[in-house]
Design a protein around this ligand. Structure first.
Ligand code: MN
Length: 735
C-alpha cells in the first residue's frame, strides 16, 4: 500500500487524465450525452481499486489511457465506456451480466467480445499461423468497436512495455508485430500501425533497433537540412502555379527502414532514402498537377510512380507515390494526396466510421462485412488491378477458425462439424472418430463449430466411418476421405458377392473352382480389360458382368450347365426376368449389351421416359426414371451411375407393356366410371385393375393400365382429363 501522499498523487493523476478525456469528447462529439462515460469511469475506479500495474501506477490508468486513444479515434460514448470497462470482467469480480444491467446490452456485448479475444493466446512464430489468427480475430468479432478497443489496449500496453520482464516483452512485441500491427494496417490506420511497429521492433530486436536508430540519428541533421531545402523549392513552384497545398517532410519510421534493409539485403550505412515528403492538396486535380510540377523539378526514378488514387489499395488507401532524385543526387520519396485521403491514411476505418448513437444497426453490420472483405490476408496485393478481384473472393468469408487442444489453428468451412475437424487432423483420426469435446464439453458429431472453439476428438480403435457422415460434413477433405473408405470397403463386399455367384454357377457346370488356375481367371480379367481377378469378381459383384458369361469361358467347350433348362441366367438373371416379366431386353446399357438390367420398383419407368442406370450390389443395373427422388439420393456415388437407353421396339404390337397406376380425382356421379373406362378402351389399353373410393360427393379412382410408352400414357391422361367432372389425374410411381 502506498503512502497517503502517493495515493493523493495518483488520484490527481487519474482525475486529471479523466478531465482531459472528457474535454476531448466534448470537443469531438458536442451533442453526445457523456453520462455513460462518467459512470463507466466511476465503476472502473471502484472495481480496479487497489490494483496496480507493473509500473507501480494504479491500474485505473490503463483503462483511462485506452479510453483516451479511443477518443482520438472519435469513438462514440458507448465504445468509450466499453473501453473503460474492457478489463473489468477479466480482472475483477464483475460479470458480463452486471455490466449489462448497469450499462445496457451494447456495452456488455462489446466488453464480452474483448474478453473473449483476450483469452486467446495469439503468440506465434509461424507466418501461416499468424495469418489464421488474424482471420480468427475478425471472424469472432461482430462489432468493430471490439477490434478498435483491442488496438487501443495493445497500443497502451506497448507504450508501457518497459516495466515487464524481458521474456514477456519479447512475446508481447512479437504478437504485436504478427497480429495487431497488420490488423491496424488492414483497417487503414496508418498512425497506430506505425507506432505499434516501431515499439514492436524496439522490444523484439533491441540491437537491430539501436543500429537503425543510431544510423538515422547520425544523418538526421543532414537529412533535415536537405528536406527543408527541397520543401522551399517546391513551395515556390506551387505558389507560381497557384496551387494551395501543405508540404511536410519527415525522416521515415525506423521499422519501415528496417524492413527495407531486410528486403534489399543492405546494411544501415547503405540506406540512402531516409527522407520522405508529403504534399496535401485541396483537390484530386491538384494532386496530379503537383505530380507534374515535381517531375519537372526533379528526375523521377523509373518504375516508382504509383497511382493509388485511380486504383486504391485494398484498405482503401489513396495517394500518388513517386521517387525523385534531387540536384545533389539524393533520392527521396513523395506522397501526394488530398486532405480527405490523408485522414483516411492516418485513421483508416476510424476516419469514416461515424459512430452512431443507439443500437448497432444493419449499417454497422454492413460495415463489418465490408471490413472482412477488405481484410484480405492471403496476399499482399501489390498490383492495384487485383483489387477488385480480391474484393470479390473475400465477399463470403465462409470459414471458421478452431483450435486443437495444443493451440494449433484448424481452418474449416463454415458449419463444419467435429468430423471435419478430425479428418483435418489426420485421416485415421477421422475414421476412428466416435465423439468430440468442444471447449471441454461433449457434443454430438453433427455439432456445428464456431470460431475460437477448442476441439478435442475422441477416437476408438477399429471404429469405422458411417455413410451418414456424408450428410453432415462440410469440408471436401472429409467428404473425399469418407467416400474413399466406403468405396474400398464396398469393393471388398462386391468381390465377396462376385465369388459366391461364380461358385454357384460353377456348381451348375460341375466345375470345382479350386481346380481353376489363377492364370485362367487372370486371362478372363485381361479379356475384360481388367487388371486382376479381384477386379473381375468385383465387377460380377457390382453386376457389371454376369457370372454365367465368365464361367462359360472357364468351362471346357461343349459343357452344359445342369439343372432346369430354362434357368439360363444364373445369379441375377432370374431376379431380373421376374421383374421384367420376360422383357429383359427392353433397356440396354450403353456399351454393355449383355448387362443385366431391371426397372427400379420405386419409380417403374416406362418406355420414352428419361432414365438413368445405377449399378447395384449384386442385383445388376437398376433403371430409374430421371425424376425419381432416389436418383438424387444415389448421386453421392456418381461412379456407379451408368448410361442406359430404351431399345427400339421391334414392332409396335409386340412391344412390352408395363403396368402403370393412375389415381383420378373426380366428382362422385352416375356414369363417371363408365365414361372413364370408355376413354381408356378407345385407346385399346388393357385395364388390369380398377378401384374406386367415394366420400363427400368426391371419388378417387385407382386404375392400373398396361402402358407401352410415355406417348401412350399421355394420350390416355389427356383423354381422361377432358371428361367433365374429372379434376385431376396423377401417376403413382409405386404400383
Ligand atoms: Mn487492457
Amino acid at each position: 500500500m502506498g503512502t497517503l501522499r502517493q495515493q493523493i498523487a495518483t488520484n490527481v493523476l487519474t482525475v486529471t487524465r479523466f478531465r482531459d478525456l472528457m474535454k476531448k469528447l466534448e470537443a469531438n462529439r458536442p451533442n453526445d450525452d457523456l453520462e455513460i462515460v462518467r459512470k463507466a469511469y466511476e465503476y472502473s475506479q471502484k472495481y480496479h481499486a487497489g490494483q496496480t500495474r507493473a509500473s507501480g501506477q494504479p491500474y485505473l490508468v490503463h483503462p483511462l489511457e485506452v479510453a483516451c486513444v479511443l477518443a482520438e479515434m472519435k469513438m462514440d460514448p458507448i465504445g468509450i465506456a466499453a473501453g473503460l470497462l474492457h478489463d473489468s470482467v477479466e480482472d475483477t469480480s464483475i460479470t458480463i451480466v452486471d455490466i449489462g444491467k448497469e450499462f445496457g446490452d451494447q456495452v456488455a456485448h462489446i466488453v464480452e467480445g474483448v474478453t473473449k479475444i483476450s483469452k486467446i493466446d495469439f503468440a506465434t512464430r509461424e507466418e501461416q499461423q499468424a495469418e489464421n489468427l488474424r482471420k480468427m480475430m475478425l471472424a469472432m468479432v461482430d462489432d468493430i468497436r471490439v477490434v478498435l478497443i483491442k488496438l487501443a489496449d495493445r497500443l497502451h500496453n506497448m507504450r508501457t512495455l518497459e516495466h515487464l520482464p524481458p521474456e514477456r516483452q519479447q512475446t508481447i512485441a512479437r504478437e504485436t508485430l504478427d497480429i495487431y500491427a497488420p490488423i491496424a494496417h488492414r483497417l487503414g490506420m496508418g498512425k497506430i500501425r506505425g507506432e505499434l511497429e516501431d515499439l514492436g521492433f524496439r522490444y523484439l530486436d533491441p540491437i537491430g533497433y539501436q543500429q537503425v536508430h543510431d544510423a538515422v540519428e547520425a544523418r538526421r541533421k543532414e537529412g533535415e537540412a536537405f528536406l527543408s531545402h527541397v520543401e522551399t523549392v517546391l513551395r515556390d513552384k506551387l505558389k507560381e502555379a497557384g496551387i494551395t497545398a501543405n508540404v511536410e517532410s519527415r525522416i521515415k519510421r525506423l521499422f519501415s527502414i528496417h524492413k527495407k534493409l531486410q528486403r534489399q539485403r543492405i546494411t544501415v550505412e547503405q540506406v540512402y532514402d531516409l527522407c520522405a515528403m508529403r504534399v496535401i492538396t485541396r483537390s484530386v486535380q491538384d494532386c496530379y498537377a503537383v505530380l507534374g510540377i515535381i517531375h519537372n523539378l526533379w528526375r523521377p526514378v523509373p518504375g516508382r510512380i504509383k497511382d493509388f488514387i485511380a486504383m486504391p489499395r485494398p484498405n482503401f488507401y489513396q495517394s500518388l507515390h513517386t521517387s525523385v532524385i534531387a540536384e545533389n543526387g539524393t533520392p527521396f520519396e513523395v506522397q501526394i494526396r488530398t486532405e480527405e485521403m490523408h485522414k483516411m491514411a492516418e485513421e483508416g476505418i476510424a476516419a469514416h466510421w461515424k459512430y452512431k448513437d443507439g443500437s448497432v444497426s444493419a449499417k454497422d453490420e454492413q460495415r463489418l462485412a465490408w471490413l472482412r472483405q477488405v481484410v484480405d490476408w492471403q496476399r499482399d496485393v501489390s498490383d492495384p488491378n487485383e483489387f477488385l478481384s480480391t474484393l470479390k473472393i473475400d465477399l463470403y468469408p465462409e470459414e471458421v477458425y478452431t483450435f486443437t487442444p495444443k493451440g494449433k489453428v484448424v481452418v474449416l468451412p463454415r458449419d463444419s462439424t467435429p468430423i471435419d475437424f478430425a479428418y483435418t487432423v489426420h485421416t485415421e483420426v477421422g475414421h476412428s472418430c466416435v465423439g468430440a469435446k468442444v471447449n471441454g464439453r461433449m457434443v454430438p458429431l453433427r455439432h456445428k463449430l464456431h470460431s475460437g472453439d477448442i476441439v478435442e476428438i475422441l477416437t476408438q480403435l477399429g471404429h469405422k466411418p458411417s455413410r451418414d457422415w456424408l450428410a453432415v460434413v462440410k469440408s471436401s477433405r472429409a467428404r473425399n476421405k469418407i467416400k474413399h473408405w466406403l468405396n474400398v470397403h464396398q469393393r471388398e463386399r462386391a468381390i465377396e458377392i462376385g465369388r459366391k455367384l461364380i461358385e454357384k454357377e460353377a456348381r451348375k457346370y460341375r466345375i470345382s473352382l479350386k481346380a481353376v488356375k489363377d492364370e485362367a481367371l487372370q486371362k478372363i480379367a485381361s479379356d475384360y480389360g481388367l487388371g486382376r481377378p479381384d477386379d473381375l469378381m468385383a465387377g460380377i459383384g457390382y453386376g457389371k458382368y454376369s457370372a454365367r458369361q465368365v464361367l462359360g469361358r472357364l468351362a471346357p467347350a461343349g459343357t452344359q450347365p445342369s439343372g432346369e433348362g430354362e434357368d439360363q441366367g444364373g445369379g441375377f438373371a432370374s431376379v431380373v426376368r421376374r421383374v421384367f416379366g420376360g422383357d429383359a431386353n427392353a433397356i440396354t446399357v450403353k456399351g454393355h449389351g449383355d448387362l443385366l438390367v431391371y426397372r427400379a420398383r420405386c419409380c417403374n419407368p416406362i418406355r420414352g421416359e428419361d432414365i438413368v442406370g445405377y449399378v447395384t450390389r449384386g442385383k445388376g443395373v437398376a433403371v430409374h426414371s430421371k425424376n425419381c427422388p432416389n436418383v438424387t439420393n444415389l448421386l453421392y456415388e456418381p461412379e456407379r451411375r451408368i448410361d442406359v437407353q430404351w431399345t427400339r421396339a421391334k414392332d409396335e404390337g409386340a412391344a412390352a407393356a408395363y403396368p402403370v397406376k393412375l389415381t383420378l380425382f373426380c366428382d362422385d356421379k352416375w356414369g363417371m366410371l363408365k365414361q372413364i373406362t370408355a376413354v381408356i378402351s378407345d385407346t385399346k389399353t388393357n385395364i388390369r385393375n380398377i378401384e374406386a373410393r367415394t366420400a363427400n360427393g368426391q371419388a378417387n379412382i385407382d386404375v392400373v393400365l398396361d402402358i407401352l410408352d410415355l406417348k401412350h400414357l399421355e394420350t390416355i391422361v389427356s383423354g381422361v382429363r377432358k371428361i367433365p367432372g374429372v379434376h385431376d389425374v396423377q401417376r403413382l410411381q409405386k404400383i
